[in-house]
Design a protein around this ligand. Structure first.
Ligand code: GLC
Ligand code: GLC
Length: 628
């Protein structure tokens, strides 16, 4: 019996290997084929895949089969994500177990733990400076706690996403420590130089991610006489992905985590993984080869697992992370829709959706293969104004002027702005200014409340609910960032925390407000309104089969600049989603609405018939409708 089971298992592995081999070996051959140790690397990688599969727990193997049979599991309209820091949400991992009812009630089926692997001590860039990928941050609990939570989530049909930081490790990682001691094998895991010459040549074309608190892209360590590539902070050492040994090590880590019950791996800062002299060293072709090869490894040894790629780049540069050309259908299953996020804020500030329509209609196809977007309005990072000069010009705007306007508007310094944000990483050289701030504060709640402006508070609530309805319907998995379902304000407490004060992103990483949760039933505060509104949006979404992420999304152009609209193209008929980005009523002719494929004139979001007025659909300020 045991023998039969073992051989059936071997056979499954062999079939999966056969399926994904054409996605894997040619990539590795192209990346590493000329490396002297290539043959040994190939053999070791195969062994690592076999070993991980053999160690995979039975319940996860069952999940593998289930998802083989239901490959669209992550595209269904009941998938809705919630992103949080374990300590800020629930104290620690055990605490998370007590909060699962809250998440289930909200309609959440996917949780993303912000970095939870063992970080370096002190400032760890919010946990993105990892010193041990096989241990849980001791402040959150142990690996056993982690596995208990992952099992509890699985039992509820919820998926678990965690971060896998693969562009860099903490300088306290065991590999980095050996490298610093002079071990050549481990020095080759990083990008180290004996003199300033190459770093200077690379720097000519590199951008700075943290120009204020971590300027430059290299750090000189006189103690061991090397210049080390450090794109982000000094303590985050970039890995050398040109070394196949790094690929092998990361695959082992990746599958180790997969076998602990992780469903979604959020691959952090992937754009930076490959370096080429004379370029920005972002999104080089090899990055996509690496990501396809990593995906193939998961598909072979842990096929229940999918990859979310974090590449916060311009619209045209982002799409390949979901697989284009030779990588079509084989790269990220999910990637952040940064452009949708940026355009939401841009249109909110200008009350004009022309740029939004142009960007989303021009750069993104109607459908994706084996992939979809992670749609979001806010995350733990700043907002960078990723609007290209060309896109701005196409709608008669100036790129630099518009980007400057958006920073001023959301910082709150632009006259008449409703927003209250904080600047992040002002780059004096390029004029680039990014913005931090909670959804509620950027949407106008903080200012309106401070001014006792009742109508302003109402507008802010409506802006938030419009945003939640947008990410719930655009196509993809909507990711709600903790607190955004309760309109949590900016948290200025970070200025008093030594390890955080230099980094304004902490202004929007608050503690969960469980008192606001407790009060949500009995008052009509903005927190309660946003909570019930968000819950309603997710509940309605689950009932609208057409919102399945496999169905196309086509941007359409109503004759009202303040209204953004798209069709969701389901085989059963169209859903027309419309969003009024202004504080004025907008009227969309009924003829035009019907011409988009709407026949029932029913709003699936409110679950009420559409109200028309003199032959037009009347949209109140910040209205959102899903018309069937
Ligand atoms: C990612 C994270 C960000 C972090 C950076 C470096 O972009 O989202 O918070 O600072 O990577 O790891
Ligand atoms: C830049 C990087 C992104 C990172 C962010 C942190 O946008 O592209 O990867 O998360 O900076 O602020």
């Amino acid at each position: 019996m045991a023998k039969a089971a073992a051989s059936a298992d071997d056979e499954i592995f062999a079939l999966r290997l056969e399926r994904s081999a054409p996605d894997l070996w040619p990539m590795l051959e192209a990346l590493y084929g000329r490396h002297p140790a290539f043959d040994a690397f190939r053999a070791n990688l195969l062994k690592a895949l076999q070993k991980a599969w053999a160690a995979r727990p039975a319940d996860l193997k069952r999940l593998d089969l289930k998802r083989d049979l239901e490959p669209d599991w992550f595209q269904r309209p009941d998938m809705a994500g919630y992103v949080f820091y374990i300590d800020r949400f629930a104290g620690n991992l055990r605490g998370v177990l007590d909060k699962l009812d809250y998440l289930t009630d909200l309609g959440i089926t996917y949780v993303h733990f912000m970095p939870c692997l063992k970080p370096r001590p002190g400032d760890s860039d919010g946990g993105y400076s990892v010193m041990d990928y096989r241990q849980i941050n001791p402040a959150y609990g142990t690996m056993a706690d982690f596995e208990a939570v992952s099992a509890a989530l699985r039992a509820r049909g919820m998926s678990l996403c965690i971060d896998l930081v693969l562009n860099h490790t903490a300088k306290e990682h065991a590999w980095a420590k050996k490298a610093a001691k002079g071990d050549a094998r481990y020095q080759d895991y990083y990008l180290m130089f004996d003199s300033a010459e190459m770093p200077e040549r690379y720097s000519e074309t590199l951008v700075e991610v943290f120009p204020e608190h971590a300027p430059g892209n290299f750090t000189h360590y006189p103690e061991f006489g090397k210049w080390v590539w450090t794109t982000f902070n000094e303590h985050q050492w970039d890995l050398n992905w040109a070394n196949p040994q790094v690929f092998l090590e990361i695959v082992e880590i990746m599958l180790h985590l997969a076998n602990r019950g992780v469903d979604v791996l959020r691959l952090d800062a992937v754009a930076f993984m490959w370096k080429r002299l004379g370029t920005r060293c972002q999104s080089e072709p090899e990055v996509h080869m690496l990501l396809q090869a990593l995906r193939a490894c998961s598909r072979i040894a842990a096929p229940a697992v999918i990859h979310l790629e974090e590449a916060i780049v311009s619209p045209a540069e982002m799409l390949p992370y979901l697989g284009r050309g030779q990588h079509d259908g084989k790269e990220g299953n999910l990637a952040y829709h940064n452009s949708l996020m940026v355009q939401f804020w841009s249109a909110l500030a200008t009350r004009d959706t022309r740029l939004m329509r142009h960007v989303l209609a021009t750069h993104f196809p109607e459908t994706l293969r084996n992939a979809t977007y992670a749609t979001y309005i806010r995350c733990h990072d700043d907002i960078g104004w990723a609007v290209t000069d060309e896109d701005a010009q196409a709608v008669g705007m100036s790129g630099p002027a518009h980007r400057g306007f958006l920073s001023d508007f959301f910082e709150g310094s632009f006259p008449g702005s409703f927003a209250q944000g904080a600047l992040f990483q002002v780059n004096e050289e390029t004029g680039d200014k990014r913005i931090s701030g909670s959804f509620a504060a950027l949407a106008g709640l903080e200012r309106a409340q401070a001014a006792g402006d009742v109508a302003g508070v109402e507008m802010a609530v409506q802006r938030m609910l419009m945003g939640h309805a947008l990410i719930a319907s655009f196509g993809g998995i909507p990711l709600i960032y903790m607190g955004d379902e309760l309109a949590l304000p900016n948290d200025y407490g970070y200025l008093q925390v030594a390890a955080h004060a230099h980094d304004s992103r902490w202004v929007h990483r608050p503690q969960m407000d469980w008192q606001a949760v407790a009060r949500r039933d009995d008052d009509n505060t903005p927190a309660a309104q946003v909570f019930w509104g968000t819950r309603h949006i997710l509940a309605r979404r689950r009932t609208v089969a057409a919102l399945h992420a496999g169905n196309g999304t086509r941007v359409v152009f109503p004759d009202a600049q303040g209204v953004f609209a798209f069709q969701r193209l389901a085989p059963t008929g169209v859903v027309l989603c419309m969003f009024n980005f202004t504080e004025h009523w907008q009227h969309i002719p009924e003829d035009w609405v019907r011409a988009q494929g709407v026949s029932l004139m029913h709003d699936a979001l409110s679950d009420h018939p559409v109200e028309t007025h003199q032959g037009a659909v009347a949209l109140p300020p910040y209205a959102r409708v899903w018309l069937t």
